[in-house]
Design a protein around this ligand. Structure first.
Ligand SMILES: C[S@@+](CC[C@H](N)C(=O)[O-])C[C@H]1O[C@@H](n2cnc3c(N)ncnc32)[C@H](O)[C@@H]1O
Length: 270
């Protein structure tokens, strides 16, 4: 694993970190754990390309709109792994007649779901129109919804929409209140159905992911804000659900370093 910290080591079961080295760099302090937006540490300061009033999803929308044409090539270049992991995870899931993919992007995740369940009705949701257009071109028979995850989940939950499978791969780090959004997302899963999601965890002592919130400038000059959570904050709402998988995975490489995702798969009780 390429890493700037010789004593940090990735294993399939988690990160083994050189905490002494990290402490020397001042990054191993324990971060707040209350998990609500008020506890987010806003560092670094917003880049000048953004108005302070921009919300995290608004910023993500602008970023992915500008990135849409290059996204698939960049994902390949960065070694984007989650959709391959999803293909493996779906082997034990079924039957699936209806599937929802939140933050569907250009449709790569929906394509994996389509291969696993060729007859399922598919719905994809994304707030960047350029990304969604590409998903529409790839999967023209799917339903494509141009909306924020949080808004779609809240409205769908109120309306009693239910899906056999709900996925969200690489999107939840761009929502401001992940535990709150998941309350609605859980209601979209039919009893007995499955939920597969990723989130970006706070990894204590691992400098690239030690902060609660971070804004990085992309190569297009736009900033993208990522909100991170501790695993327990994310899993707390799943009491009573069957935990199929709860682990850390390498999602892709950023600046030569692995980006770690939390990978969760749950089955709602029948
Ligand atoms: C890293 S891409 C992942 C796309 C796809 N799941 C994949 O694996 O290729 C993240 C996507 O999430 C979308 N997104 C980010 N924040 C969102 C939000 N709050 N609501 C809806 N979509 C969002 C972006 O527009 C982008 O298309």
């Amino acid at each position: 694993m390429p890493t700037s910290d010789a004593s940090a080591r990735w294993t399939p079961d988690g990160m083994e970190l050189g905490t002494a080295a990290a402490a020397a760099r001042g990054v191993s302090r324990r971060l707040p754990t209350s998990g609500r937006p008020g506890s987010i540490i806003p560092v670094p300061a917003d880049p000048p390309t953004h108005r302070p009033s921009e919300s995290v999803p608004e910023r993500a929308r602008a970023y992915f709109e500008a990135f849409a044409a290059d996204y698939d090539a960049a994902a390949t270049e960065a070694g984007w792994e989650p959709n391959e992991l999803l293909a493996g995870a779906l082997a034990d899931v079924g039957p699936v007649r209806t599937a929802l993919d939140l933050a569907c992007g250009t449709g790569s995740t929906l394509a994996v779901v389509r291969r696993a369940f060729p007859d399922a009705g598919l719905t994809g949701v994304d707030l960047a129109g350029g990304m969604l257009e590409r998903a529409r071109a790839t999967l023209p028979d799917a339903r494509h919804v141009h909306q924020d995850i949080a808004d779609f989940a809240a409205a769908g939950a109120r309306a009693g929409e239910r899906f056999d499978l709900v996925t969200c791969i690489g999107g939840l780090e761009f929502t401001e209140d992940l535990p709150g959004v998941l309350e609605d997302v859980r209601r979209l899963v039919r009893p007995g159905g499955h939920l597969v999601i990723t989130y970006e965890p706070v990894v204590l002592g691992w400098e690239p992911q030690a902060l609660r919130a971070e804004t990085n400038l992309g190569s297009n000059g736009l900033g993208l804000t990522t909100i991170r959570w501790e695993p327990g904050e994310v899993t707390a709402g799943f009491a009573g659900w069957r935990e199929v998988s709860n682990r850390l995975v390498v999602a892709y490489q950023r600046d030569g370093l692995p980006t770690i995702y939390g990978w969760l798969q749950y089955q709602r009780p029948a």
